[in-house]
Design a protein around this ligand. Structure first.
Ligand code: ADP
Ligand code: MG
Ligand code: ZN
Length: 606
């Protein structure tokens, strides 16, 4: 949705400070100047001279002071009274002056203006800005203004936008597309469904990890159905004042109803759809907004052709009321793409750049295991950028391969120079990983080993690429994986008899696998088929929460230690058996800095 009014970015406090400054400035300069006419001090001879020059107007004698004006009464002068000047009055009279009061104050009107209105001005200004802000925030509702103005109901239009995106722009995600196609069909021809008496789901909820194309899919539905598309982010409902968000929801649905058939798309709905909790100090505003949304979804007549789509990557935090039938009753998973999906996505995006024509997308997709659609789009763009950087007119296979690594591990950091000793250590460390992986069954083949530092902080890495996507992992595979992670440190230990900090990430990953084996996967001999931890937020990395007693927790820790250390010993013994090869390949890697999987296997099988 495009808002017609652009909200002002400047915070309220800005206006407050501004007016305060203006007030101070006026106080020190303008106010005194206006409230009191300027009085010029002169000495007595000057007064006498002006009298003789007949340039004298009013003269007022008061106490020890004489206040007088020039003939035109433009300026006011003041001087001290000299008691001995007895001719004073006569002289003034003779020269055309008049003895009367000299008014040093401005007129009544001016003094009211200066004394009362001007000081009020800053407050009026603040009020004005506040009011304006308020109206903006109030959006279209026009209800109870803080300053009573209410005034223009300024209905904000939720401008339906035409997205121009079609299903063909979304690669992979075939299941999601299939589920959405029915909605598109309904919007095209509601009568077909109405005549049978079928009701279409009012809402569909797209759930999945970030970057998998949820927003894109929603836009594609609108593009395909060719109906108005009201798109709003959940955060746009979040308001400072209770009731505003709810008013926005009301407005949105009213306008959508007028434009039916149409689609309402609420992106990142978890912002407003979070579970309501009875906690004290809970977010009243958010709850009201959610309640309004629930009411609206109940209220509107689906047969008219208003479909509500929403997207989130935190489905487990949504309020159950939102998910019950009659609201978002259709849940459409949008998962990370599989191998074929990745190939398709790469191709969709590669069609937008110039390539040299014979790119092996499958090889690229295989290397980019676990990448989301957004990451793949990024990979394609990086490849194009790399081609430009190297002065080429089209992206090549090499550009693509390198950009996968760029997205996974960061840019090559040519400026970082490792010392000889460090470089040697890194070489042995990486070859340690590769050798352990190659010596075990069930390990993904090594595709590349490099000891060129990356901007991500990695000093080197070993790229293992599976032939196919894996959906199931056996216990042995997991154990081998842990051993492979341990291989780096084991090689350092074996060769240098000392260890470095380079293995911290390996240790973390190995421990994570071991822990989930024990506490979630039921793969330990002692505990067996029991779960001790549960994962929430699966689409955002996953938060693990323990559900066991502290006694069990201690046992789990022990078990995890046992598993990891046993695999470390295994890695160490594999490397001991292959010590010659370790030296040979590490030396080769040290000299070449990057070796391919084929080179590695050749040396390994020697
Ligand atoms: P999210 O699921 O977080 O809403 P988006 O829909 O915003 O992800 O996707 C971000 C970008 O990633 C899209 O604009 C598109 O370029 C790319 N992308 C993601 N998934 C796909 C896909 N399945 N096909 C093609 N491009 C995709
Ligand atoms: Mg999104
Ligand atoms: Zn390592």
């Amino acid at each position: 949705m495009q808002e017609v009014q652009k909200p002002s970015k400047k915070p309220l406090i800005f206006y407050g400070i501004l007016t305060l400054l203006i007030l101070l400035l006026l106080n020190s300069t303008l106010f005194p100047a206006i409230t009191q006419k300027k009085i010029i001090s002169v000495d007595y001879t000057e007064f006498m001279q002006m009298t003789y020059d007949q340039n004298i107007g009013k003269v007022q004698i008061e106490g020890t002071e004489i206040t007088f004006t020039d003939k035109a009464e433009e300026n006011i002068y003041r001087t001290v009274l000299i008691d001995t000047d007895l001719d004073l009055v006569q002289r003034v009279y003779d020269n055309g002056g008049s003895l009367s009061r000299v008014d040093t104050n401005p007129g009544l009107l001016t003094s009211i203006l200066v004394g009362w209105i001007l000081p009020l001005l800053p407050f009026l200004l603040i009020g004005y800005f506040l009011n304006r802000k308020m109206k903006k925030m109030a959006g279209s509702s026009g209800g109870g203004m803080l300053f009573g103005a209410g005034g223009d109901s300024g209905a904000r239009m939720y401008v339906p936008s035409s997205t121009g995106i079609l299903f063909s722009d979304v690669a992979g995600e075939e299941e999601a597309k299939e589920l959405l196609l029915e909605i598109v069909d309904f919007l095209h021809d509601p009568e077909k469904y109405r005549s049978i008496g079928a009701k279409l789901p009012k809402g569909a909820l797209l759930v999945g990890p970030p970057g998998t194309g949820k927003t894109l899919l929603a836009k594609a539905v609108a593009g395909e159905a060719n109906v108005p598309f009201f798109s709003i982010a959940g955060s746009e409902f979040v308001e400072m004042f209770v009731g505003r968000g709810a008013a926005k929801v009301r407005d949105l649905f009213r306008q959508a109803n007028e434009k039916a058939p149409c689609i309402i798309f609420i992106d990142e709905i978890d912002t407003i759809g979070k579970k309501r909790d009875g906690q004290l100090g809970g977010n009243d505003e958010r709850e009201q907004t959610l309640n309004q949304l629930l009411t609206e979804m109940d209220g509107f007549d689906a047969s008219k052709g208003v479909v509500v789509l929403a997207a989130t990557n935190r489905p487990d935090s949504l309020d159950p009321a939102l998910l019950r039938p009659g609201r978002f009753d259709r849940r459409i998973p949008v998962e990370l793409p599989d191998l074929q999906g990745r190939v398709d996505i790469l191709m969709v995006h590669a069609a937008k750049i110039k390539t040299d024509g014979n790119i092996d997308f499958e090889a690229v997709a295989r290397t980019a295991a676990g990448a989301s659609g957004a990451e793949l789009a990024n990979i394609v763009n990086e490849a194009a950028l790399r081609a430009v950087r190297n002065g080429r007119k089209a992206a090549t296979q090499e550009d693509f391969q390198e950009s996968v690594e760029t997205v996974i591990a960061g840019y090559q950091k040519k400026s970082r120079v490792l010392s000889d000793e460090e470089k040697k250590t890194v070489a042995y460390h990486e070859v340690g990983h590769a050798l352990v992986a190659a010596s075990q069954t069930h390990s993904a083949p090594v595709q590349k080993i490099t000891i060129i530092p990356r901007t991500s902080g990695a000093l080197g890495y070993t790229l293992q690429v599976d032939d196919n996507d894996h959906f199931l992992m056996s216990k042995d595979e997991l154990l081998n994986k842990i051993a492979t992670f341990a291989g780096g440190r084991a090689a350092e230990q074996l060769v240098f008899n000392s260890v470095s900090t380079g293995a911290s990430n390996d240790i973390e990953q190995a421990t994570k696998i071991a822990r989930s084996m024990v506490s979630q996967l039921g793969m330990s001999d002692e505990f067996g088929f029991v779960s001790f931890e549960e994962t929430s937020n699966v689409y955002l990395g996953g938060d693990v929460r323990g559900t066991c007693s502290s006694v069990t927790q201690a046992k789990i820790d022990e078990k995890v230690m046992q598993i990891v250390n046993r695999q470390y010993e295994k890695a160490l013994s594999i490397l001991k058996q292959n010590e010659e090869k370790l030296h040979l390949i590490a030396k080769y890697l040290y000299e070449h800095e990057t070796i391919t999987g084929a080179e590695f296997m050749q040396l390994f099988n020697k």
